[in-house]
Each structure stands twice: as structure tokens, then as C-alpha cells.
Ligand binder design. Structure first.
Ligand SMILES: [Zn+2]
Length: 237
């Protein structure tokens, strides 16, 4: 065979292999996307898909669920090759500004001066690893134009305000920073690590976040998910 043909065949084979590999990695996420679309279209048709704000799935779970709705995307889901989802996306199935967002755990709340849709809460002592400081990040609490749904108790520039678990933080929204491309109405919730100086690390990189599964006593890691809807076991919800 002509050498150039051989190289072409190897190249095509390699590309096909890479393509199948990426497809295989992202396939579970595609399945969850279809479910999110079904849910948003008609939440009333799937009452058994929803989790409830303030619920502790098992007695030993340190965190309560921060909002109502379908846990549409998991930690470690893949929306594009090479990028992994750093938190949970919980879709309320309502319009913007309607579904409450509650604190999952007590801590010290900060809202930077420029934050329209997000707050971050410092936990000085990780309930699952004593001595480690972590942060809980709650975002998408604004409309497409950046009109905030964060509670008036936490205006921009709030710093280190103590809150209890269950405190109302705001309401789900669909803010993305691009008014022409809002997301579905949801809460993005993630657990963020501290740097050596005690500041929160960049939340956009999954390596700076923790798998929320043990904190909520739910199977929330996309890498080990069975693809089923994630709801509290035995709660009849
Ligand atoms: Zn998200």
C-alpha cells in the first residue's frame, strides 16, 4: 500500500477512536440533558424527580438540599470535551425569581461588589474533614439582564455575615452574563477549596472543588452515576 494511504487510514482510525471516546464520556450527560428538557417542559408530570429544599437525605448528611427541583446535572458531568462540571445544577421547574435557595450549612456569607447572581459561604471547619476550610458557592440567582434575586439581607459588598443552615439566600434565576443566551432556571451549587492564604480558589476548575456526594448523602458524581434520577432514598419524593 502507498505510504500516504497508510498514514491516511491510521489518521482516520485514530480520529474515529478519539470521537467515540469523547462521545462515550459525554453520553451520560446527554441523557441527563434530555431529562432536564422533559422536566422544564412539564414538571407536574414528574413529581417523583424532585428533591426538596431543606431536606437532609440521610441523618448523617452534613448538608441540607439548598433548593427544590430536579438535580439535572451532576458534579463531574461533561458538557464539552476537556471541561468538567464543578457543581450541581438543580432546576426548579418554575419561572425566574420563584424557587427559594436556602443555605445548605451554616457559615460566613460574602457577596463581592460585582456579584449579581452569586454568594459564597465560608465554612471554617469542613464537617467531613476537621481543620480544613471550605466554601459553598451558590449562583445563577439573577435574570438574564442581571437583575438580582439575592435576598435583600445580602447586598453587594456583604462580607463574612454569619448565616444558619436554611437561611433564605435568594431565588433561582437564569443569568449567564449574556442576556441573549440565558440558561434554564436553576441553582448552581458547588463546594470550593481554599488556597494557602484561606481565600477561595477559582470555582471554574473542577480540581478546586469537591464531590458533593458525601455532604448530601446522594450519588452525585457523574463518573459513578447509574444514570437514574437522583432523589433522596425512601423519602417518597
Ligand atoms: Zn452548573
Amino acid at each position: 500500500m502507498d505510504k500516504r494511504w497508510l498514514i491516511a487510514v491510521i489518521l482516520v482510525g485514530t480520529l474515529a477512536g478519539v470521537g467515540f471516546y469523547i462521545y462515550g464520556m459525554m453520553k451520560p450527560t446527554f441523557g441527563r440533558s434530555a431529562r432536564v428538557v422533559d422536566w422544564i417542559k412539564d414538571p407536574a408530570a414528574h413529581p417523583d424527580w424532585a428533591v426538596r429544599a431543606g431536606t437532609r437525605c440521610l441523618a448523617e448528611a452534613p448538608f441540607v438540599l439548598p433548593t427544590d427541583g430536579l438535580i439535572g446535572y451532576l458534579w463531574n458531568d461533561s458538557f464539552q470535551a476537556g471541561k468538567r462540571h464543578q457543581g450541581l445544577d438543580i432546576f426548579g421547574g418554575t419561572d425566574v425569581g420563584k424557587t427559594p435557595v436556602l443555605a445548605a450549612y451554616p457559615g460566613y456569607l460574602t457577596r463581592l461588589p460585582t456579584w449579581k447572581s452569586a454568594v459564597i459561604v465560608r465554612l471554617p471547619d469542613d464537617p467531613l474533614q476537621s481543620g480544613r476550610q471550605i466554601w459553598l458557592y451558590y449562583t445563577h440567582m439573577a435574570d438574564p439582564n442581571g437583575n438580582s434575586f439575592i435576598s435583600s439581607a445580602f447586598p453587594p459588598d456583604t462580607s463574612e455575615k454569619y448565616i444558619d443552615a436554611g437561611t433564605l439566600l435568594g431565588y433561582q434565576g437564569n443569568y449567564t452574563g449574556d442576556p441573549a443566551n440565558p440558561s434554564g432556571v436553576h441553582l448552581h451549587f458547588s463546594i470550593v477549596l481554599s488556597d494557602a492564604d484561606g481565600h477561595f480558589l477559582n470555582e471554574l476548575d473542577i480540581r478546586n472543588t469537591l464531590d458533593p456526594s458525601p455532604y448530601l448523602s446522594l450519588p452525585l458524581n457523574a463518573a459513578t452515576s447509574d444514570g437514574e434520577v437522583v432523589v433522596c432514598p425512601g423519602k417518597g419524593n
